[in-house]
Design a protein around this ligand. Structure first.
Ligand code: AMP
Ligand code: ZN
Length: 114
């Protein structure tokens, strides 16, 4: 999508600190980290929010979770843990309307979130 900042990161029109990439998924560091580890996992195809997924995307979503686990293991987070979260829509404060999962770790995380 033309004006989508994450699509521009996928197309390398905007720089990002990429941690992992394959044909379906891109993982990069959040520009404003809220914890020692704060990554964003995105599908390369433009999907605005969770509500725009359908049955045919179940493989993609499963794959994003597998990538999250693999990246977290490689970063040594298996014992300490992490939070994997997707903000969806206005009430969740979604700012970028290209589906993404935050992988947040490296400090004790509060629950419930604000
Ligand atoms: P949200 O849509 O609220 O779930 O969060 C969007 C996230 O994208 C925020 O944590 C931002 O810091 C992050 N972000 C926005 N622009 C960039 C960028 N160019 N590179 C990396 N992260 C970004
Ligand atoms: Zn996009």
């Amino acid at each position: 999508m033309q004006d989508c900042i994450f699509c521009k990161i996928v197309k390398k029109e905007i720089a990002a600190e990429v941690i992992f990439e394959d044909e379906q998924v891109l993982v990069f560091k959040d520009i404003k980290p809220v914890a020692p580890t704060h990554l964003l996992l995105i599908p390369k195809k433009h999907v605005p929010t969770l509500f725009d997924l359908d049955e045919s995307d179940s493989g993609l979503i499963g794959h994003i979770h597998q990538v999250a686990i693999k990246v977290a293991q490689e970063m040594g987070l298996s014992n300490s843990g992490l939070r994997l979260v997707s903000n969806c829509g206005r009430d969740a404060g979604q700012m970028v309307y290209h589906l993404h999962y935050h992988l947040i770790a490296g400090r004790p995380l509060q629950w419930p979130p604000g």
